[in-house]
Design a protein around this ligand. Sequence first.
Ligand code: AKB
Length: 321
Amino acid sequence: MKNILITGAAGQIGSELTVALRHRYGDSNVIACGHKTKPDATLLESGPFASLDIRDFSALATIVEKQKIDTIFHLAGILSAVAEKNPQMAWDINMTGLTNVLETARTCGCAVFFPSSIGAFGPSTPPDNTPQLTIQRPQSIYGITKLTGELLCDYYFQKFGVDTRGLRFPGLISSETKPGGGTTDYAVEIFYAAVKCEKYSCFLKRGTRLDMMYMRDALRATISLMEADPARLTSRNAFNVTAMSFAPEDLFAEIKKIIPNFTMTYEVDPLRQAIADSWPNKMDDSEAARQWGWQPEYDLPAMTREMISTLSRRMENDGGK
Ligand code: AKB
């Protein structure tokens, strides 16, 4: 990787991945692209930024050709809950975006990273220790775009030799940029309420167990997979990766160990609950461990401690806001 392009760079993963890749590969060698979401100052000041609608094929191809890009991290996309409210838009952005990236990669010789998700599974998938290769009949439009994306990435590798690689991310928990409309967002929102000593109303019901991961682990997983020796990879795309699995009440109990006065109620959102109910409880990520050495560093207590200390410090610096 010498010249890198990141689409969706202002989003939850992109804003932190851009900074991590700039540290590793040099500020000027990592071009951040975004469309609607306003990038924050760190992103704009630490290296090049281009405004790009990922549905615009020629704009994408021009940047890739002019900047001699060799690797594209394609993070632009619509998350599950927002997608379900506007399926046509979600299909357009998620699929037109990915086909534009793959076609550009094919003609310009780039490697591609594609983030799939636990959303690529469905209610008929085995919910516990979900294998990497298993039944996938997702019922949300988000899941359908993720599963199609996994297959399309495999197709471009097998048919055209494009070096596509990808992970199935669980819910991602981070303290920098908030996620924009996912089903697992409660696991981020809850921390903002807790550090402000506000009551939190959870939109998923008790007992809804889902895979989760702290952003630092997600960044490590992404970079490790892209740097992995291709000779060790027997699969390329759709690696299950997870770090912890919990239900809302488990996270609440962990936060209460540090903030004993914190309170939480439940006000279930039927749309997001139905999506969550169709996703696995816990994936088996042993293939990622075996093929490229994946190992999470943050479990539930470690992630909770770091989220609370980071957000509390920021709140103090911002004068309690
Ligand atoms: C979402 O909830 O939509 C995402 C995901 C698990 O893919 N966080």
